[in-house]
Design a protein around this ligand. Structure first.
Ligand SMILES: Cc1ncc(COP(=O)(O)O)c(C=O)c1O
Length: 372
């Protein structure tokens, strides 16, 4: 048996073998289409064509060598006026985090991260080969301890967090992080808003906007394949770091840029998202109600404060079994296992969106009841 076959066999024995799902088509509790914009895409195609015509389907070069930049430039300008920061488009959230964090790991830098940050951030930090430290999830006392010990030893410290954690749906204590940052002149705050963008904030710009903290965040990453119903990512940052990423971020320099057609679509979707305050409020209230119902059934406290609601199963096999029960009832939910989450914390990750109704979720709760 080859080493690769051996790996697959072990994964299978541990209930961790992944497959691309097939035959899904029930009630959607999987997608990150939080504002249901992706589901409604046909409504916007005519407006897209009237506004943009038929933009190119390929950039045909990396951004630094690209001949046709109109859509990218217009999109970045529009985002700059929303964030009041410099904006750099990247090809995906994975590109953004690997490119930015690896570039920031210059000698003299310490990157301190929350233990539950997304794999793309972990990979970026690893690629940088720099000095690193981690604090237990949302443990600000531990972050303070690391800073007390190490801040004076480094020229530059980057504290990297997500604003809404992708597997738990809980929030980073952004206010406290900003207070801590203010105590240290060499600390920069790096915040991935992948799951907050579109959902939090008056204009849907994310949790930093909701808390009035946008000016305090040094590097803010947003992915466009979730609530923004498109593809790609952007970084909102200072003039200096914007130019630094253009010059030093390898995933920006050495990869073909987003197709102009995609940049135009992303821009249209964000114009829609900005005005969706009613949907944001509806999703918030629906999520709160659903979370309380889940807590009552499971008897477990749920840390989520967002539209992402995990239901802990305790093992991979139980998570698979629960997903199967939901599937049989016409509800799409997938089990989340190692290495995405730690052993023993396997779960269903239910992702709510603005087109769900309470009646839909009552059906879901009935099946969850059977599992507990
Ligand atoms: C927190 C977070 N950051 C980054 C990414 C990567 O973004 P993308 O899918 O655009 O590569 C994801 C998930 O996909 C994510 O959940």
């Amino acid at each position: 048996m080859s080493i690769y076959e051996n790996t697959l066999k072990t994964l299978e024995e541990e209930c961790r073998l992944r497959n691309i799902p097939e035959g899904l088509g029930g009630l959607d509790l999987i997608s990150n289409d939080y504002m249901s914009l992706a589901t409604r895409h046909l409504e916007f195609i005519k407006e897209y064509q009237d506004r943009f015509g038929t933009p190119l389907m390929s950039a045909s070069a990396s951004r630094l060598l690209q001949r046709h930049q109109n859509e990218h430039n217009a999109f970045e300008k529009m985002l700059e006026s929303l964030y009041n920061k410099k904006i750099l488009l990247l090809n995906s959230g994975y590109h953004a985090n690997t490119g930015a964090l690896s570039a920031m790991s210059v000698p003299g830098t310490l990157i301190i991260s929350d233990k539950l940050i997304h794999a793309s951030m972990i990979d970026g930090i690893r690629l940088g080969h720099g000095d690193t430290a981690r604090f237990a999830h949302n443990d600000m006392a531990m972050l303070r301890k690391i800073l007390e010990k190490k801040a004076s030893l480094y020229k530059n410290i980057v504290v990297a967090v997500e604003s809404v954690y992708s597997m738990d749906g809980d929030l980073a204590p952004l206010k406290e992080l900003v207070e801590i940052k203010k105590e240290y002149p060499n600390v920069l705050l790096y915040v991935d808003e992948a799951h907050a963008f579109g959902v939090f904030g008056e204009n849907g710009l994310g949790l930093a906007e909701e808390l009035g903290l946008l000016p305090e965040i040094d590097v803010l990453v947003v992915t466009l394949g979730k609530a923004a119903a498109g593809y790609g990512a952007f970084i909102a940052t200072s003039e200096t770091l914007h130019s630094f990423f253009i010059n030093c971020s390898r995933s920006f320099i050495f990869s073909t840029a987003l197709p102009p057609s995609v940049a135009a679509w992303d821009m249209l979707m964000i114009e829609k998202l900005v005005g969706m305050s009613e949907e944001r409020l509806y999703l918030k209230e629906l999520s709160e109600w659903f979370r309380n119902e889940v807590e009552a059934i499971t008897g477990m406290r749920c840390q989520s404060r967002s539209q992402i609601i995990p239901i802990h199963a305790g093992s991979a096999s139980r998570a698979i079994e629960m997903a199967q029960k939901l599937r049989e009832a016409g509800i799409d939910a997938l089990p989340i296992r190692r290495p995405t989450v730690a052993a023993g914390t396997e779960r269903l990750r239910l992702s709510l969106s603005a087109d769900l109704t309470k009646e839909d979720l009552v059906r879901v709760l009935e099946i969850i009841k059977v599992c507990f």
